[in-house]
Write a protein that binds this ligand. Structure first.
Ligand code: B3K
Ligand code: ZN
Length: 853
């Protein structure tokens, strides 16, 4: 077989044909499922080339052009129709078996319901088509299926007709008036419980809202519905964007490759981001639902009304929509805590991607498998790039830019350049240099040097920037970096706060009128997605933690303080010295626990000491074994120093019904368990009395630092209680996956046989295998390579079943550059084993070959 080939952004060509309308007739009948696609095709400009359509894993039954049998050729996934007509009606009949489709792309079955996933290139698994985002057509869809088994027949747009046919079957016809690319097409047929509501838009239009869930789950759909209404209202007030159809549907399915999908008027969601009640969902789950419901809703304008010209422009819709959902969460909840969460994703995951073999710009230049590019870079760094524009322009100019973008491009498929042009034209801010953020991959490093002139009372900051080479990209140019700084005087006063415009390779910024040397809180609010290199002293960090105006800056300082101490102890271990923690660090953390004025959620963030994964991202190379020891030591010192205060907090917050209080209580509890197993009793009593999942899971997570009898007993109880609730069993699997014990892998292997586990369901795979590889750093990186083997076996198994999921969970295995040569060798060997797999998917091929290159 020939090797998969990359496609390049520079090779983009406009489509040779357009399809103005498509009529799809689905006859849903298991293995005999047939689709008749009737398209109105129009040749674009003067050329005499054939029409080339793509299809994948479908059986072609017939092709007609203007009602007559047509001449065609089929070769490697292409259907070539040679006609000289300039406008014609093309009818294609295909057949497929949704039950056999375990890839969950195209038309497949989730727990007895038919559903589709077409982004990025799944529509070609339904019919042969111009499956590219710049071909926008008006869709009419007729669905026919057995009436009893599939009472609901749903597609995009508005319902125009429904009725019975013969043999117990029925049909529904839908029409979507908005032209859309094929990736936004959706169909669902099944039996559900339905929650209905209404929303009146700002121009007084009445919209019907529907949330479809598996039978018996209606009471778990209310939070999703409430989130949808909040999203609709927020988009009107903050972005002046109104919903455009008469109906908005959300369907929750258990078999889903990612979080959710923004199909026009018919979102399909992973149940994880819909179903919630107090007993089964944590506060984080509630927050996740609100943010994903918002995200998919916001796509209606940023993604659907204005879409991407080609898939290289994915960040046009994803970066912007993540920015919008982050703003939504921040306007509704705590801005600081939301920002901290976003920063963590950047520093822990995106920086790791940037320093690994899959590093790419937010607008990648070449792609083998598009599904591999739904990444933290395209999404989250993409959102940071939008955020920087927002910082440079300010809210009102940014909103003028958004308005101009829609004025110019509503109904079009456009590029990231078009977006930046609208921002620039509306604001008159020159974004020429700024645009390099779209094309340069890798995390820029900003080195900062300070100097103070006591005579002139001036303080200088000299900033230097550089971006490391990444695969296929060298010699990077300076970027336009908004660099937010606050200077804090010795008495804790804020003496200067400003966003510096840093554009040169090196630049010095002077601040006069400083009676004494201030402490600099640098890169506040993570004002640019860069690595900061500044040699903070302990005093400076402690000072910032106490006095910074920004809560995010306080948290950042606490992370630096903790990290510094861990790395110092790694060095001590390497030079055979005893470990040690500076008492000023202990005081700073105790000060946090004792602080009366500090927000509880922020306190919880500060006490959630940096994970091993995030520490690894701070260094070029890592001594993992000593890191494990050093981190454990520093955590233990901090916890022991605050033991009484932590216990007092747990007691004080014991029955406070508030998410921030629960977060703080649970982190305190987990620190207590680090000190002494006997606190297991406190955890047990919390578990026994809990009336909500946050507290049950908080107790179990705290106990999950070892295999105590209490822990094992409660895990057993939890399993019995939740065996029939798949989303809760995912939490139970993930607890097993993140247990820090050498028995972990053996246990996980035995769980493959558990009645609630299935390799066919992505949520189960992610909770058991994905959580282990990504979240159990030290067991995954065991010296004997068993962690790597465990992951590799699972990946090979998933290669055929579900290539997308396989390629997603491989991430920790391809990021091996930082580790010792022995581990690197073990990891590479496993990657070779994957490469040798028969019929290796494009998804895995791309990642593995890049890693081994
Ligand atoms: N646009 C979808 C993601 C599709 C992923 C395809 N592999 C969900 C979202 O970002 O809203
Ligand atoms: Zn999205």
């Amino acid at each position: 077989m020939s090797q998969p080939q990359a496609k390049f952004l520079k090779d983009y060509q406009q489509p040779k044909f357009k399809i103005s309308h498509i009529d799809l007739a689905f006859s849903l009948a298991g293995k005999e499922t047939k689709i008749i696609a009737t398209s109105q095709v129009v040749r674009q400009e003067q050329h005499d080339e054939a029409l080339v359509l793509v299809g994948d894993e479908i059986e072609l039954l017939s092709v007609t052009v203007d009602g007559k049998a047509a001449a065609f050729q089929q070769k490697s996934g292409e259907l070539v129709i040679d006609t000289s007509l300039n406008e014609f009606e093309l009818q294609i009949t295909t057949k497929l078996d949704p039950e056999a489709n375990t890839s969950l792309e195209g038309l497949y079955m989730s727990d007895g319901a038919y559903c589709t996933q077409c982004e990025a290139e799944g529509f070609r698994r339904i019919t042969y088509f111009l499956d590219r985002p710049d071909v926008l057509a008006i869709y009419s869809v007729r669905i026919e299926a057995d009436k009893q088994a599939f009472p609901y027949l749903l597609s995009n747009g508005n319902l125009v007709e429904a009725g019975d046919t013969q043999d117990g079957r029925h049909f529904a016809k839908w029409h979507d008036p908005f032209p859309k690319p094929a990736y936004l097409f959706a169909l669902v047929a099944g039996d559900f419980d339905l929650l209905e509501d209404r929303f009146t838009t700002c121009s007084n239009r009445d919209v019907k809202l529907q949330v479809f869930v598996d039978k018996g789950n209606l009471n778990k759909a209310h939070h999703a519905m409430a989130s949808l209404k909040k999203s609709m209202a927020w988009d009107e007030t903050r972005f002046n964007l109104e919903y455009d159809l008469d109906i908005y549907m959300i369907v929750a399915v258990d078999f889903f490759n990612m979080g959710a999908m923004e199909n026009k008027g018919l979102n399909v969601f992973n149940t994880k981001f819909v179903l919630a009640d107090k007993a089964c969902a944590t506060d984080d789950d509630y927050h996740g639902i609100e943010s994903v419901v918002g995200h998919e809703y916001f796509h209606n304008w940023t993604g659907n009304r204005v879409t991407c010209r080609d898939w290289f422009q994915l960040s046009l819709k994803e970066g912007l929509t993540v920015f919008r959902d982050q703003e939504f969460s921040s306007d509704l909840g705590s801005r600081a805590v939301n920002r901290i969460h976003a920063i963590k994703v950047m520093k822990n995951q995106q920086f790791a991607e940037d320093s690994g073999p899959m590093a790419h710009a937010i607008r990648p230049e070449s792609v083998i498998e598009m599904n591999n590019f739904y990444t933290v870079t395209v999404y989250n760094k993409g959102a940071e790039v939008i955020r920087m524009m927002h910082t440079l322009l300010g809210e009102s100019a940014f909103q003028r830019g958004m308005a101009l973008y829609f004025e110019r491009h509503d109904g079009q498929a456009v590029t990231c350049d078009d977006f930046v042009a609208a921002m620039q034209d509306a604001s008159q801010v020159d974004l020429t240099q700024f645009k390099r953020w779209y094309s340069q991959a890798g995390t820029p490093q900003v080195e900062v040097e300070e100097s103070y002139d006591a005579v002139n009372k001036s303080y200088n900051l000299t900033l230097s920037q550089s971006t490391p080479d990444t695969p296929g990209q060298t010699d990077k140019l300076p970027l336009h970096i908004p660099f937010d700084v606050e200077l804090i005087s010795v008495d804790g006063e804020s003496v200067m706060s400003e966003v510096l415009s840093f554009t040169e390779k090196q630049q010095t910024f002077s601040f006069t009128g400083m009676p004494s040397k201030p402490a600099p809180s640098l890169l506040q609010n993570f004002s640019a997605p860069v690595k900061l290199a500044f040699d903070y002293s302990i005093e400076q960090l402690v000072h910032i933690m106490r006095f910074a105006t920004s809560e995010v800056a306080k948290w950042e300082a606490s992370v630096s303080l903790f990290s510094q101490s861990v790395w110092q102890n790694v060095e001590r271990l390497q030079s055979k010295q005893a470990m040690f923690i500076d008492p000023r660090i202990l005081d700073a953390f105790k000060g946090v626990v004792l602080a009366q004025e500090l927000d509880k959620a922020l306190m919880a963030e500060i006490l959630t000491l940096a994970s091993a994964g995030s520490l690894i991202e701070q260094k070029e190379t890592v001594d993992l074994d000593n890191l494990a020891l050093a981190r454990e030591f520093v955590v233990l010192q901090i916890a022991s120093d605050c033991e009484d205060e932590l216990l007092a907090k747990v007691r004080e917050l014991n029955s406070v019904d508030d998410a921030s209080a629960r977060a703080l209580k649970n982190i305190c509890l987990s620190l207590l368990l680090k000190i002494e197993q006997s606190y297991g009793e406190v955890a047990k009593s919390q578990f026994d009395l809990a009336d909500n999942m946050t507290d049950s899971l908080g107790a179990l997570s705290a106990l999950n630092c070892g295999t105590s009898a209490i822990r094992n007993d409660l895990m057993g109880q939890f399993e019995l209680q939740w065996i029939d609730t798949p989303l809760v069993m995912d939490k139970w699997f993930a607890l097993h996956a993140t247990l820090n014990s050498h028995d972990c892998i053996e246990k996980l292997t035995s769980l493959f046989e558990h009645a609630a586990f299935s390799f066919n369901n992505p949520n189960r795979v992610r909770s058991l295998i994905g959580a282990f590889a990504a979240g159990n750093t030290f067991e995954f990186h065991r010296r004997d390579g068993q962690g790597y083997q465990f992951l590799t076996d699972a990946i090979i198994k998933l290669n055929k079943l579900n290539p997308q999921v396989a390629a997603r969970i491989i991430t920790p295995l391809i990021q091996f550059k930082k580790f010792d040569s022995q581990r690197q060798l073990l990891m590479r060997n496993e990657l070779q084993r994957i490469l040798a797999t028969e019929e290796l998917s494009k998804d895995l091929y791309e990642k593995v070959t890049k890693a081994l290159a």
